[in-house]
Design a binder for this molecule. Structure first.
Ligand code: HEC
Ligand code: HEC
Length: 446
């Protein structure tokens, strides 16, 4: 029954979408300078470049994805489609055009795809994104693959839905730089293709809410499963190697990863590896005095001005406050959303600030229970006493979460990261990893 239902919906949709996609001229497999074989740019080159890359075109990896991939959660996928924005083939095509269109930005140079490039698993492979006029933000661009399953959007969850989310980058002055959503709509409304598209899909001229609906519909076609791990869970015992199997065990036991990267911490979550929650895991905490920042932020939060909070999160040091910027609750200081770990091999660098370059660095961070001197550190962060072999196994497991579409990139990136990790392990601290849990300082009095 379950399979039959799922198949029906997509079988009716797929041919229409692909045909329509071609018709609307999203044709060439656009490639641009940054190939996956090159090293991801570091902060220094990024600052020196000061120019957003050319807008990626909608190549083969931009296409809506099949619902029949091994591992797709049927119910959750259906539940992710809001009743007031049902998926239709033509709406998805319209959303795809908008996602790749620089004309949504103030000077025509930046599209959603600039920072969410399908050839890079819908990320930009930079620590922090470059937007309009080469402006650099504070945060790492997450993938939009499987974002349909997020209960909140952004690292701090400041948007609830994909529709709500899409409005913010358009008006953020370091991203797409429009003075208002209406300004973007006015630009789009001068283009014949869009006049016809909106009229066909929504039966009215271009307007803000419909524009956001179309983009969100396109994003909801980007489900990404069909990884070696999914085949393993589906019963193919040889789909992942012994190291990845040991890594999966560690993930759910001594590594304590499932405390957060699972919907229920006493279960094994094989779907999205997240808990729909926020935690302070000690990222970037040393570089910022979060307590004094929190004091400064309170006024801003009280204003309830969404665009101003978006600016603070993307453009100022207050970015480090994370979830606190939304809730103003002290324990949320420097808490960030637990990200889905699917395709993590090809979506680095890691964490909300893109501060870690390899999955070895990420594991070294957890292994030493980093976050000393951080009164808000999550209680589940503690020294793990993982050996080098354990860490290699965890990386092997994480690499097994790469979808078939990104298989080649995953292999190259794993090799690149392994090479890097042999040269430098900036986060490794074996003494701390095998030591006892340090005494956590108390939060300062209000
Ligand atoms: C200049 C780069 C840039 C542009 C342009 C951009 N984004 Fe993003 N995107 C980001 C960054 C950085 C974040 C994380 C910001 C944060 O969490 O505060 C993000 C977050 C998101 C998220 C949340 C994903 C998650 O897991 O929480 C979605 C969805 C998204 N962007 C979609 C879009 C759409 C749709 C557009 C076009 C309307 C767009 N982005 C334009 C950089 C960009
Ligand atoms: C206490 C909760 C918690 C535990 C335990 C935990 N994580 Fe995380 N994980 C998070 C949060 C929250 C983030 C995002 C933090 C940030 O960016 O500030 C994250 C980020 C990551 C990332 C970066 C993903 C990205 O897209 O940038 C990886 C990889 C990761 N975790 C793997 C692991 C592994 C492997 C373990 C076990 C060794 C683990 N996590 C244990 C909560 C947790």
């Amino acid at each position: 029954m379950r399979v039959a239902k799922r198949t029906r919906l997509w079988v009716t949709l797929m041919p229409v979408v692909s045909a329509a996609t071609l018709m609307l001229g999203c044709n060439s497999a656009g490639k641009h300078a940054n190939s996956m074989t090159e090293a991801a740019p570091d902060r220094v080159t990024q600052q020196a470049t000061l120019k957003a890359p050319p807008i990626p075109e909608a190549g083969p990896l931009a296409r809506p994805r099949s619902l029949r991939q091994v591992g797709v959660p049927d119910g959750a996928t259906r539940a992710a489609i809001p009743p007031d924005n049902p998926q239709t083939a033509e709406k998805i095509v319209l959303g795809q055009m908008l996602f790749f269109d620089g004309r949504l930005s103030a000077d025509g140079t930046v599209a959603c795809s600039t920072c969410h490039d399908p050839d890079h698993a819908f990320t930009d492979r930079r620590p922090a994104s470059i937007g309009i006029k080469g402006r650099v933000g504070q945060r790492n661009a997450p993938t939009i693959l499987n974002a349909l399953y997020n209960k909140t959007q952004f690292w701090d969850g400041r948007a609830k839905t994909l529709e709500e989310q899409a409005a913010l980058p358009i008006v953020n002055s370091v991203e797409m730089g429009q003075p208002s959503l209406d300004a973007a709509v006015a630009r789009i409304a001068t283009i014949g293709e869009y006049q016809q598209g909106f009229s066909r899909v929504f039966g009215r001229p271009p307007n803000g809410p419909d524009l956001l609906r179309a983009i969100a519909s396109y994003e909801r076609t980007q489900l990404s499963f069909d990884s070696p791990f999914d085949h393993f869970i589906a019963g193919d015992k040889n789909a992942i190697d012994a190291a990845a199997k040991r890594g999966w065990e560690l993930f759910n036991t001594r590594g304590r990863c499932n405390k957060c990267h699972a919907l229920s911490e006493d279960k094994r979550d094989v779907t999205n590896f997240k808990d729909d929650d926020f935690h302070n895991i000690g990222i970037g905490i040393i570089r910022h005095n979060v307590v004094s920042l929190a004091r400064q932020a309170e006024h801003l939060i009280n204003s309830g001005d969404t665009a101003a909070i978006d600016r603070a999160a993307i453009q100022t040091d207050m970015s480090a406050l994370g979830r606190f910027l939304i809730t103003k609750k002290e324990p949320d200081i420097a808490s960030f959303k637990t990200p889905n770990l699917r395709n993590v091999m090809v979506t680095g660098p890691y964490f909300h600030d893109g501060s870690q370059e390899t999955l070895w660095d990420v594991n070294d961070h957890y292994n030493k229970g980093d976050g000393l001197k951080n009164p808000y550190l999550d209680q589940d962060i503690q020294p793990l006493a993982l050996t080098e072999a354990d860490i290699d196994d965890l990386v092997a497991f994480l690499a097994s979460l790469t979808s078939a579409d990104y298989k080649e990139q995953g292999i190259k990136e794993l090799a690149r990261q392994r090479e890097l990790s042999r040269m430098k392990r900036p986060q490794r601290d074996t003494a701390r990893a095998f030591g006892s849990k340090p005494l956590q300082p108390k939060p300062p009095l209000p």
